[in-house]
Design a protein. Structure first.
Length: 210
């Protein structure tokens, strides 16, 4: 008979922290951001409310930890920086294509992230303000490198990127909330999603060959 291995206080703490972080997402999805109270989160996690302040100092810090883990741009900040920095001149277009395609897939498949973005545009909070600033800081580093690629062109790549990212958010939120077509495209169907990705590629191609 195999003896059960003692996990220890550290592992118990880490498991409890993970349960609390996951509980934030479940409460956000089922009750919205107004339901993110210590009582609701602890109940969803099946743990004592006291553990929130012990492990995260406050509910706000717990929520911030959750959002940082879920947000596409902040969660991939380290991984995204590597291909961008290592890309040769002219290769960044493909890197940006991949980043935008992955963002579209991630946002479409993450009900929790959809709730976060809806929360972000409907109510100003210190937590979401900080996350938004972090996204901007990451984007600035990418833009600096893309400027190198486009130094002989007059295109405003930051404005193009703003429209592409905002378009991704809106198209997904529209498709998930109304289940109707947008410009006669249904991104709930694979062919509709592919059309949007092809359009992203086309726009970036035009930008790079303007």
């Amino acid at each position: 008979m195999t003896r059960k291995r003692y996990q220890g206080e550290f592992n118990n703490k880490e498991r409890s922290k993970e349960k609390l972080i996951c509980a934030v997402g479940k409460v956000l999805t089922s009750k919205g951001y107004t339901g993110l109270t210590a009582t609701n989160i602890a109940k969803e996690a099946g743990l004592s409310r006291r553990l929130i302040t012990i492990y995260f100092n406050s509910v706000d810090e717990l929520i911030e930890t959750y959002i940082r883990n879920k947000d596409y741009w902040t969660s991939i900040s380290g991984n995204a920086g590597v291909p961008v920095k290592e890309a040769k001149i002219g290769d960044l277009k493909k890197v940006v294509e991949n980043l935008l395609h992955n963002q579209l897939d991630y946002f479409y498949n993450s009900a929790e992230m959809q709730k976060i973005i809806l929360w972000e545009i409907s109510k100003k909070t210190d937590i979401l303000y900080e996350i938004s600033n972090e996204r901007e800081q990451m984007a600035s580093k990418i833009f600096e490198l893309i400027d190198r690629d486009l130094e002989d062109r007059t295109v405003d790549f930051r404005a193009v990127s703003a429209l592409l990212v905002a378009g991704i958010y809106y198209l997904v939120l529209h498709a998930k909330s109304t289940d109707t077509l947008f410009c006669e495209i249904d991104i709930n169907r694979p062919e509709g999603m592919e059309r949007i990705k092809n359009a992203i590629n086309l726009i970036l191609e035009k930008v790079y060959h303007n």
